[in-house]
Design a protein around this ligand. Structure first.
Ligand SMILES: NC(=O)c1ccc[n+]([C@@H]2O[C@H](COP(=O)([O-])OP(=O)(O)OC[C@H]3O[C@@H](n4cnc5c(N)ncnc54)[C@H](OP(=O)(O)O)[C@@H]3O)[C@@H](O)[C@H]2O)c1
Length: 330
């Protein structure tokens, strides 16, 4: 039997645990190594998930000849440097969202991947959920009529801690880059770049957007209203509204959940999916598929989409005057 694609993980936090769990249901993948800044943490993670190798530095996994692909699960300001280190060592990379802090960093990641001829993808897991393909299919089918409005929010109360990456500016804190990125992603996927943006943030005591209201306007009158927050328990739904009907992505819409289609004044119809795993397995499967077929990027989530997404996030941050340390580095 051929060897499975061998994964390494950098970082041992919340999302790293989810990916370790997800990889257990990806047939052609095995989690072979984990790296932490602290050896004790990687050993503990390795014990928890049955991983063979545990390293006390990120460099060690990047140079491990037995690893094919590395998943980057560190806070946003480290994504670029961690990714570059892996790419330069010939490792394929799946890097968490936001891909990096700004366009400059993303361009550097893309050019390094191309220069070294290695695979690179943003870990935008929602794009790979079966529900997202259904959304695209239903919108294209015309069942909603002309889609004129998108309403999407992601507000989840996160206990205030100035040192936590959600609030700490030096760790890339702020709702836009952490969770507001989902409504922005959905709108970009369906409609592309807006002609006008308005951004109304509430900047908290640590200098980052704790809440953010966004309006995107398109030349032909389409409007998206988007919201993100660490201080509000909002609906976490998305509504795609057309001239003939509405499609609702149910609560925790960025996760594997059902859709609800309403045609005109009819009763809503629920669309269920036979989801497998915790949902992070779908993006991992795409990476495996790409590696097996020698691709350097995904057709489903191409690097150009990630570049357009970070440009849009930069544009929104400019609108609200939010600057991070990474923006000053050149
Ligand atoms: N796709 C999703 O659904 C999803 C969900 C949550 C988060 N994320 C993304 O994943 C990334 C990590 O989020 P998380 O919630 O897993 O964060 P987390 O629980 O704080 O874990 C981050 C890990 O990064 C490492 N790290 C490196 N430098 C660090 C520093 N200066 N401060 C703190 N940790 C540092 C740490 O691992 P070691 O100590 O072992 O080195 C830490 O455990 C973020 O970019 C976030 O946007 C994505």
């Amino acid at each position: 039997m051929k060897n499975k694609i061998r994964w390494g993980i950098i970082g041992t936090g919340w999302i790293a645990d989810k990916m370790a769990e997800a990889l257990t249901v990806v047939e052609d993948a095995t989690l072979a190594a984990v790296a932490s800044r602290a050896k004790g943490k990687s050993e503990e993670f390795a014990r928890r998930h049955g991983v063979a190798a545990s390293y006390g530095s990120y460099e060690e996994v990047a140079v491990d000849p037995d690893i094919d692909v590395i998943y980057i699960a560190t806070p946003h300001p480290y994504h670029c440097a961690n990714t570059l280190m892996c790419l330069r060592n010939g490792k394929a990379v799946l890097c968490e969202k936001p891909f990096a802090m700004n366009e400059r960093e993303v361009l550097q990641m893309i050019s390094t991947a191309r220069e070294h001829g290695v695979f690179l993808m943003e870990a935008f897991w929602t794009r790979f959920l079966p529900s997202m393909d259904k959304v695209l299919e239903l919108v294209a089918s015309g069942v909603l009529g002309e889609v004129r409005h998108i309403k999407s929010d992601f507000g989840a109360v996160t206990g205030f801690d100035p040192n936590h990456r959600a609030f700490n500016k030096s760790l890339g804190g702020g709702s836009l880059l952490d969770i507001g990125i989902y409504p922005v992603f959905l709108t970009l996927l369906l409609w592309g770049e807006p002609d006008q943006i308005s951004a109304v943030p509430h900047i908290g005591s640590t200098g980052v957007d704790e809440s953010l209201a966004l309006t995107f306007k398109y030349g032909d009158g389409r409007i998206a209203t988007l919201f993100s927050s660490f201080t509000v328990n909002s609906t976490v739904e998305s509504h795609i509204c057309g001239t003939k009907g509405r499609l609702k992505l149910n609560r925790w819409w960025h996760c594997p959940v059902p859709l609800e289609l309403t045609k005109g004044e009819e009763q809503p119809e629920t669309i269920q999916f036979d989801y497998v795993g915790n949902g992070y397995n779908y993006e991992a499967e795409e990476v495996v598929r790409c590696l097996r077929s020698g691709r350097k990027e995904s057709d489903i989530l191409p690097l150009d989409f990630s570049l357009r997404l970070i440009r849009l996030l930069d544009r929104i941050r400019k609108e609200m005057g939010l600057v991070y340390d990474a923006d000053g580095r050149g």
